[in-house]
Unconditional design. Structure first.
Length: 282
């Protein structure tokens, strides 16, 4: 069963019609158990990805404040080998980054073959926050949709599996999470006045996200919308989608691993043959 919503290329997106509190007909305990099974499977797939080094995987996480990007990274990648995974959290660009094109800092953090790269926020901020806050003229950010599509097409054509997730949280749930942080001393470090300021622009951000989901949604780099009001369900939906995407490449990895195994065995046989010959010569 698909626990998330895959956006079909060329189709309109109406986020108001997608249930942010979906549970897939599961209880929390059932969902957590299923997620554990999927994260274990993801770990196996990562091992094959890493060993074969045919593809890289780029996981893009976007969503409103408090939608759970950090939590999803911790929970979904809990079984993944850290050696084969890198996480990049994109903040406001620094002076060096501002001296380059907006994709420069993004491209240099894309994963190498065999690796899983996770973007906590991404190049999409350049058609989201810059649009909502009028940081660049409309004619600038509007042309970025095409540039982003070209960029992601470049990644895909060079064997990067691009998995993009929009964590869809409700306005009400966001408020509850922000208030909960104020009441929990241990989580107060997460507080920022900007969270409440940005909340005032909810409708503007929603409109910006809908445009990004529609205009930057291709067969090579599709968007997946994840209901995120229930944290356990968010994790389940992301884990399932990742496993499904990677499973589709297992035949390629298996073929490469078989080839590598045969090469290693041939190399070992040659070494032993030379050793035997040298010993016989003595």
């Amino acid at each position: 069963m698909a626990y998330s919503v895959t956006v079909e290329p060329g189709k309109k997106v109406d986020l108001s019609k997608i249930d942010t509190a979906a549970d897939g007909g599961l209880s929390k305990s059932e969902g957590v158990k299923r997620t554990q099974e999927l994260t274990d499977r993801l770990a196996d797939l990562q091992q094959e990805l890493y060993a074969a080094s045919v593809h890289s995987v780029l996981v893009v996480l976007q969503g409103m404040d408090t939608s759970g990007k950090d939590g999803a990274i911790r929970k979904v990648l809990t079984s993944v080998n850290p050696q084969g995974c890198q996480v990049t959290s994109f903040k406001a660009p620094n002076d060096v980054e501002l001296d380059h094109d907006y994709l420069w800092r993004i491209h240099r953090r894309t994963p190498a073959k065999g690796m899983i790269g996770v973007f906590n926020r991404s190049h999409y901020e350049d058609v989201l926050i810059v649009r909502v806050h009028d940081l660049v003229p409309p004619k600038v950010w509007k042309q970025r949709y095409r540039q982003i599509n070209d960029f992601e097409r470049l990644l895909a054509s060079n064997d990067t599996i691009v998995c993009k997730f929009f964590l869809h949280i409700s306005h009400k749930e966001q408020e509850e999470r922000l208030l909960a942080r104020e009441q929990d001393v241990e989580k107060a470090y997460k507080l920022s006045p900007d969270d409440w300021k940005e909340r005032r622009r909810w409708d503007d951000y929603l409109a910006a996200y809908q445009d990004a989901l529609e205009r930057c949604n291709t067969a090579e780099a599709p968007w997946t919308i994840v209901p995120a009001d229930r944290k356990w369900y968010r994790n389940l939906a992301i884990a399932e989608s990742l496993v499904d995407r990677l499973e589709g490449h297992r035949k390629t990895w298996s073929a490469r691993l078989k080839e590598l195994s045969e090469q290693r065995l041939e190399e070992l046989a040659e070494i032993r043959e030379r050793d035997d010959a040298e010993q016989a010569g003595h």
